[in-house]
Design a protein around this ligand. Structure first.
Ligand SMILES: [Zn+2]
Ligand SMILES: [Zn+2]
Length: 83
């Protein structure tokens, strides 16, 4: 029984490692998606009516969406919790 437990423990830890690697990749993707598309530095905090997202400092001078060019008529603040 001891050997079977050791074997299953080893299998479980490999599964955990794979899950951890997948999580890291998802976190990096999330960090990319949550960063401003214009300055690539700040976290997004505004969304326009076209659906594009920027940080607050990039959104303020914009008249047209810099991503799709749609005139900005509505902008909403979004609040993201830190990871
Ligand atoms: Zn920005
Ligand atoms: Zn847009």
């Amino acid at each position: 029984m001891g050997e079977i437990r050791q074997g299953s423990t080893r299998q479980f830890s490999v599964m955990e490692l794979n899950r951890w690697i997948t999580m890291q990749a998802e976190n990096q993707q999330m960090r990319f998606f949550l960063s401003c598309r214009i300055c690539r530095q700040n976290r997004i905090s505004c969304v326009f009516q076209c659906g594009h997202l920027t940080c607050r400092s990039c959104s303020e001078p914009l008249v047209n969406c810099s991503i799709c060019g749609t005139p900005i008529t509505d902008r909403y603040s979004i609040y993201l919790h830190p990871p």
